[in-house]
Write a protein of this length. Structure first.
Length: 100
């Protein structure tokens, strides 16, 4: 669902579920000069909190580290990286650009 949203907004999906070192990147998308490292948090409902609340500082560091490692391995300039959080509740999607 997250990748479909990005494709509908003009992005190309480069990869999904990428393992990098001890981390994992849910998806990588590109558009113009920007490379999006995307993390997806999904919930059936908000009864136990929002998906964004599940994005701990530890998880942010892990995803950021994996994104930087992936960028270096693929000769991507670090200034081109953007870290987005995609929150899905049921069928509702919210994209938080530059979330962390």
């Amino acid at each position: 669902m997250a990748c479909r949203w990005y494709e509908q907004h003009g992005y190309s999906i480069v990869a999904r579920n990428v393992r990098v070192g001890k981390g994992e990147i849910d998806f990588i998308a590109t558009r113009h000069e920007v490379v999006v490292i995307g993390e997806v948090k999904a919930r059936a409902s908000e009864n136990f909190g929002s998906p964004a609340q599940a994005m701990s500082e530890h998880k942010q560091r892990t995803v950021r580290r994996a994104g930087v490692e992936w960028a270096k391995a693929n000769n991507i300039a670090l200034w081109q990286l953007r870290f987005d959080l995609v929150c899905i509740v049921g069928t509702r999607i919210e994209v938080l650009r530059d979330a962390f």
